[in-house]
Design a protein around this ligand. Structure first.
Ligand SMILES: NC(=O)c1ccc[n+]([C@@H]2O[C@H](COP(=O)([O-])OP(=O)(O)OC[C@H]3O[C@@H](n4cnc5c(N)ncnc54)[C@H](OP(=O)(O)O)[C@@H]3O)[C@@H](O)[C@H]2O)c1
Length: 242
């Protein structure tokens, strides 16, 4: 039995660019997928296109996450829901934005992990979780004090979850992408003064596509990654290696 026959995979952030492409690629690989986000209209369109199931809930509310996930009998989880926050230095940061970024990117992913792993352990079939982190957790990026901190917290959630859930046959990994030109990033990274200097420092010298992030996520969920757990995998054209 292949990993993708063992039970449904929940993808949060599926109403966004990377999440929707992950749903498409998982369905193409034969998985049963539950696509989640808050925007039900966008999720319904994705369901019509791919045949996935949908489930709308707010990652900021423990009650919402608990109610949504209990009884789902998940085998897999992709924590892709996220919020970009602001571009600000430590001197000028708006701490309410920091709170919101942490609430969605770190706390929300931990809540989904909490309730998903409870059912995975109960079912006893193992499982796999992929957290969509960022290059911003691996190196210091100007203006990214809040966002980078939230993704560094997420990387720690990956490592500790890999440690705690490994004995139950559940693997937990992160992907750490560079910029993909979705609405979350285009307003800042698309600026001429930001894009040029950044790409000059990246060996591959171009932004990633949604498909180039989704494919490693699908791999990390698959049988091909059966001995991989606890990693933070840069998908960044070599940027953080230099
Ligand atoms: N784009 C990039 O350059 C880039 C680079 C590295 C990492 N990432 C990470 O990749 C992930 C996806 O990014 P993206 O570019 O695809 O973003 P996006 O298109 O802006 O999508 C963000 C997703 O997060 C969901 N979301 C936000 N707040 C939520 C909440 N409170 N409850 C439930 N869902 C919520 C949104 O759902 P609704 O709109 O339905 O509320 C949407 O599905 C994020 O974690 C992001 O940090 C992105």
């Amino acid at each position: 039995m292949s990993a993708f026959d063992k039970g449904p995979i929940l993808v949060t952030g599926a109403s966004g660019g990377i999440g929707a492409e992950t749903v498409r690629q998982l369905i193409a690989a034969g998985a049963e997928v539950i696509a989640s986000g808050r925007n039900e209209e966008v999720l319904t369109r994705l369901a019509e296109e791919t045949g996935c199931r949908t489930l709308a809930f707010d990652l900021a509310s423990e009650e919402d996450v608990r109610k949504a996930l209990e009884g789902l009998d998940l085998w897999g989880l992709v924590n892709c829901g996220g919020f970009g926050g602001e571009i600000a230095t430590p001197m000028e940061t708006d701490i309410s934005v920091f709170d919101k970024v942490m609430t969605i990117n770190a706390r929300g992913a931990l809540l989904a992990t909490k309730y998903a792993s409870q059912s995975m352990v109960r079912l006893g079939k193992g499982g796999a979780i992929v957290n969509v982190s960022s290059q911003a957790s691996l190196v210091a990026l100007k203006g990214h004090i809040s966002y980078g901190s939230s993704k560094a917290a997420l990387d720690n959630i990956t490592r500790v979850s890999a440690l705690e859930l490994g004995p139950h046959g559940i693997r937990v990994n992160s992907v750490n992408p560079t910029v993909v030109m979705t609405p979350m990033s285009a307003w800042y990274w698309g600026r001429e003064d930001i894009e040029g200097p950044f790409l000059e420092q990246m060996p591959l010298g171009r932004w990633a596509t949604e498909a180039e992030i989704a494919a490693p996520i699908v791999f990390l969920l698959s049988d091909g990654a059966s001995m991989i757990s606890g990693v933070t995998l840069p998908i960044d054209g070599g940027f953080t290696a230099c």
